[in-house]
Design a protein around this ligand. Structure first.
Ligand code: NAD
Length: 248
């Protein structure tokens, strides 16, 4: 079976690392990104330089119609999608709950929760129409924040990731009879630019010494777990979580 994987938010960070890792394993990789064409093109070029197959697809995944078009476009250009990595996410600036507005909280949910459902919905259509479902799988990227709580920093982000944990469990049960596996990784402090976007570029270094392993993680250390959960080697794993948080 030709394996075509959609990775959302794959122009940098954990998504880009997963794109490289999965391309090396023979997946044809659809690299979704919101607006940074140059960064997405660089990931594509890196993969192609090593003989892999990848293509970039711009889409704002918080817009339902763009997700529908994205999945149709991938099907036309690479073939029907067989695997999904729901990865794209944002981290808002640090704030205590009593200062949060409904607008901020809704924005968080619009990017970090709803698109995970919509991407899964669209990919499932292609899986059922074109693939052997029990050869297909989904991995959701949640966060250690879902169980740590994000107090004084971003409880809205932590709650959104908690929703992804429940989504993983629920969807895995809905799809288990068809053999479609749904699993989740929960990274802790990983060196990516999400922390700069959240207003604290040095956050991983600040927290590293507090972690049992006493260091931040690398995107590749999350990518390898994503790849394992998607693979046949994880054929008996569904509804499960791999915590990659340096022991937290
Ligand atoms: P990142 O900021 O490098 O990557 C996130 C990507 O998602 C970016 O490329 C961004 O442009 C994209 N994105 C955001 N909104 C989008 C939209 N509407 N449409 C399309 N793309 C969009 O950060 P990362 O650390 O690689 O994050 C990847 C995932 O890992 C996220 O879900 C994040 O919450 C999660 N995570 C990261 C850490 C960490 O410490 N880095 C820890 C726990 C969980």
């Amino acid at each position: 079976m030709k394996k075509v994987v959609l990775i959302t938010g794959a122009s940098r960070g954990i998504g880009a690392a997963a794109a490289n890792f999965l391309a090396e394993q023979g997946y044809q990789v659809a690299i979704n990104y919101k607006s940074n064409h140059a960064a997405a093109e660089q990931v594509v070029a890196q993969i192609r330089a090593l003989g892999g197959i990848a293509q970039r697809f711009a889409a704002d995944i918080s817009d339902e119609s763009q997700v529908v078009e994205l999945c149709d476009e991938i099907k036309m250009q690479l073939g029907p999608i067989s695997h999904l990595v729901n990865n794209a996410g944002v981290l808002a600036t640090q704030m205590r709950v009593e200062e949060m507005t409904a607008e901020r909280i809704n924005q968080m949910l619009c990017t970090n929760v709803t698109p995970y459902f919509i991407c899964a919905r669209e990919v499932l259509k292609q899986i059922r129409a074109h693939h052997q479902p029990d050869q297909c799988a989904i991995v959701n990227v949640s966060s250690a924040a879902s169980y740590l709580g994000g107090a004084n920093e971003y409880v809205d982000y932590a709650a959104a990731k908690g929703a992804i944990d429940s989504f993983t469990r629920g969807l895995s049960l809905e799809l288990a009879a068809e053999g479609i596996r749904v699993n989740c990784v929960r990274p802790g402090c990983i060196y990516t630019d999400i922390h700069a976007d959240g207003g604290e570029p040095g956050r991983v270094d600040r927290l590293a010494s507090l972690l049992p392993l006493q260091r931040g993680g690398k995107p590749e250390e999350v990518a390898s777990a994503i790849a394992w959960l998607l693979s046949e080697q994880a054929s008996y794993a569904t509804g499960t979580f791999i915590d990659l948080a340096g022991g937290k």
